[in-house]
Ligand binder design. Structure first.
Ligand code: KG4
Ligand code: ZN
Length: 347
């Protein structure tokens, strides 16, 4: 049998993502982002995101179908992110996916967004045949909405959540610290840019949840709100003293603190679980220092590092479609139509 042709819909945050795959081959990956609309608020506004999905879905589906060179009635299945994510935003995608599946008479698969990020590594961004993911693997997923560490034994049947952020997501911390430094939204790329001229050792910012007592209880969890507050206080004290703020040094030192914690915990998970593989996903993977430190520490620990192309790391529908294709191949039954969007869906 030929690999299943699947259309995936992703609306868990601010990108309306439509992807079409045949098995592990990427045929189309189209994204409409409402990021510009959120910029003046300095973060994603859930109601704005949900309305933007509603407007973007139909044209984005049309564009993806054209790019893939298929007809909708050729699809073997429709897939959609069922959660976790923003409730209203998810609901728009799930509603649209159900309507499409019913109208076409095709099976529907509800997919976990985090596991979808792992599935992104099945695909080749240039449309090549794709690949199998070497398993087991540890996966570190870092974006504006999540910071999670997973132990993946089977993509379709055995994914364990090891830990996640107990407050802000890493990308959220980048966005908030950028704001403190007077840089525009989204903050991650801005901090990366100004950090180029900074000294990452200039200021020693706190590493959340890395003290021995925290490592005992929160070994694989993350916390970034204390770091964000520490940066804000440091900057404030400078300003109050009438001294100039060394923006490049603050940005580089903050970025170092985030990258250090992310990789310390991810490598610890690899070592503890005796899994010599680490897969990265999420928009924060664009960060130059995160990538560099990941490679350095993975090499030092004899761990194989995988980083999918950035267009597949950020939220997209193709990863959702790819994961559903794996589930079809594994013989999973489709979701029944009574499943709903679940903002806290477990892996
Ligand atoms: O995965 P993504 O595109 O969307 C979701 O958050 O779901 O990730 C966006 C996040 C934003 O918080 C943005 O500031 C962050 O990823 N980001 C970065 C970089 N590029 C994007 N953070 C650090 N360094 C970057 N170069
Ligand atoms: Zn995501």
């Amino acid at each position: 049998a030929t690999a299943p042709l699947v259309l995936g819909i992703e609306t868990s945050c601010d990108e309306t993502g439509i992807g079409i795959v045949r098995g592990t081959q990427l045929l189309a990956n189209v994204i409409a982002s409402s990021m510009d609309e959120h910029a003046r608020y300095g973060g994603v506004v859930p109601e704005v995101a949900a309305r933007a999905h509603l407007e973007a879905l139909e044209p984005t589906i049309t564009e993806a179908v054209q790019k893939a060179g298929i007809r909708l009635d050729e699809l073997d299945a429709v897939a959609v992110t069922a959660g976790p994510g923003l409730a209203g935003a998810l609901m728009v995608g799930v509603g649209a996916a159900k309507a499409l599946a019913v109208a076409l008479g095709k099976p529907l698969y509800g997919v976990n967004h985090l596991v979808g990020h792992v599935g992104a590594d099945l695909l080749d961004a240039d449309g090549g045949p794709g690949r199998d993911i070497d398993l087991p693997t540890i996966a570190l997923l870092v974006s504006g909405g999540h910071t999670s560490l997973l132990h993946v034994r089977s993509l379709t049947d055995d994914v364990e959540l090891l830990g996640e952020t107990i407050d802000d997501a890493a990308g959220e911390a980048f966005d908030k610290v950028a704001r403190v430094l007077g840089l525009p939204y989204p903050g991650g790329p801005q901090i990366d840019r100004v950090a180029l001229d900074g000294d990452q050792k200039a200021i020693r910012f706190p590493r959340g949840l890395t003290l021995p007592k925290d490592m005992a209880k929160h070994r694989y969890d993350f916390s970034f709100s204390g770091l964000k507050t520490a940066v804000a206080r440091w900057v404030e004290q400078r300003e109050d003293a009438g001294e100039p703020v060394p923006v490049a040094d603050v940005a580089a030192s903050f970025r170092e603190a985030v990258a250090d914690v992310l990789l310390r915990k991810a490598i610890a998970a690899c070592v503890d679980r005796e899994v010599p593989r680490l897969l990265l996903g999420g928009g924060v993977v664009a960060n130059a220092r995160v990538r560099q430190l990941a490679q350095e520490r993975a090499d030092a620990a004899g761990i194989t590092l995988r980083i999918p192309a950035l267009s597949l790391c950020t939220d997209n529908g193709a990863m959702i479609a790819a994961l559903a294709a794996q589930r079809i191949a594994a013989g999973h039954e489709p979701s029944t139509l009574d499943f709903g969007a679940d903002s806290t869906l477990p892996v």
